[in-house]
Unconditional design. Structure first.
Length: 399
């Protein structure tokens, strides 16, 4: 089917319904999770801690009927922050040895500066990112966040949301979190559904609601089945397992009619993933990237003993995770060096570095010969033309 709600209204409905799902389920995000969601709603999360509101705001107010009534403006957002046992407000998380506290942080409208033809600048506020990446370590909360994030689309009649992974099992957790958020509990946001299949082995994972909204899981091994159609949202899970950005560019045309969303989750475990990082931190406001988030942000799964068992040496912690150094030393454990530095930075710290590879410390640029890197392989005119072109491109980037 297709969703014919204008994109501006659609984005608002998604935001309001998602907030209601979060409220009913009691879901409080970790800061990186909140950063990702807020970017796709038109906000940016800051580190500024603010006082909690007197009464938590309801997502929807029946007395407000205009789009302007729900304008994007600064607001407090509640997050769950991993912390030390001695920190104010720290509470033990389940039966783990980890602690966390709840705090409210200020979220401000997402800004984008446009350069006009006359040379002046215009500032847009509340810009929604329709292409967003969450690049983080293993067990960082990516699957939970994506499942909860996707629940916001359930209010859209005729919307089509596809979860794409290398195999059906790649999206199993995200799909289960989605079902749990929408259908579970006495106060479930969705009371009845039209069709529900959740058979990973048979490759049949599909949820259709009575309003025509559908969520399907796709395997990229059957990529030809992705072609055609009108899609509201693509969710690419663990994209490092996929061959490259063509998984998106080859099917992005399906999003154009609805100006739909495309989101990506992954550990930065392959060189091509850097493309998502570059786009999300560039000048295109429709893209966003949340990255460099270590496993410690998730107190439900972080294990200090496993962390110390894998870390190569103390220098790695001091250089790349200084906020964890004191806690690691207090544990009395010593680095076990079961992982190489490169693998540790990816798996535990979610680092985006020049290495970004599973075995070798290289990326695509270092394997390619260019006129400025290997001028002896090219004719002088080619080298000079190339350098002129690079200088021109650099001048554009500095504008």
């Amino acid at each position: 089917m297709a969703c014919y709600i204008p994109p501006s209204q659609r984005d608002l409905y998604i935001r309001l319904f998602r907030a209601e799902v979060y409220r009913r389920t009691g879901f409080v995000e970790f800061p990186p999770q909140a950063q990702f969601r807020l970017a796709t709603e038109g906000w940016e999360l800051t580190t500024q801690v603010v006082d909690p509101p007197d009464t938590p705001p309801l997502p929807f107010d029946p007395t407000k009927t205009r789009l302007e009534d729900y304008a994007i403006k600064p607001k407090p957002v509640e997050v769950l922050v991993a912390c030390a046992e001695t920190d104010t407000g720290a509470e033990r998380v389940g039966e783990t040895d980890n602690f966390a506290r709840r705090e409210w942080r200020l979220a401000v409208p997402r800004r984008h500066i446009r350069r006009l033809l006359d040379g002046s600048e215009a500032v847009d506020e509340g810009v929604v990112a329709h292409k967003a990446s969450m690049l983080a370590s293993f067990k960082n909360g990516k699957s939970k966040e994506i499942g909860m994030w996707a629940s916001g689309f359930a209010c859209l009649p005729g919307a089509t949301i596809d979860m794409v992974g290398l195999e059906y099992g790649t999206s199993e957790h995200e799909f289960n979190y989605l079902i749990e958020a929408l259908l579970s509990g006495k106060n479930a946001p969705v009371k009845k559904y039209k069709h529900l299949y959740n058979d990973v082995k048979q490759g049949n994972m599909f949820l259709e609601l009575h309003n025509g909204c559908s969520f399907g899981v796709r395997s990229y091994k059957n990529k030809d089945r992705l072609r055609g159609g009108q899609i509201t949202c693509y969710i690419f899970n663990e994209v490092y397992q996929l061959p490259g950005l063509q998984v998106y560019t080859g099917h992005a045309q399906n999003l154009r009619v609805e100006k739909g969303f495309a989101v990506f989750t992954s550990t930065p475990d392959k060189p091509w993933v850097k493309v998502l990082h570059k786009m999300g931190h560039g000048h295109n406001a429709d893209w966003a990237c949340v990255c460099d988030n270590n496993a410690f942000v998730n107190p439900f799964s972080f294990s200090l003993s496993d962390f110390m068992m894998d870390v190569p040496d103390w220098q790695t912690i001091a250089e790349h995770a200084p906020n964890l150094l004191e806690m690691c030393k207090a544990s009395g454990l010593t680095p076990g060096a079961l992982m190489s530095k490169e693998k540790f930075l990816i798996s535990w710290l979610g680092k985006m570095g020049g290495f970004v590879g599973r075995v070798y410390s290289f990326d695509r640029e270092s394997r390619t010969c260019y006129p400025h890197t290997h001028p002896h392989l090219f004719k002088p005119k080619v080298v000079e033309s190339w350098l002129d072109r690079q200088r021109y491109i650099k001048s554009l980037q500095l504008q």
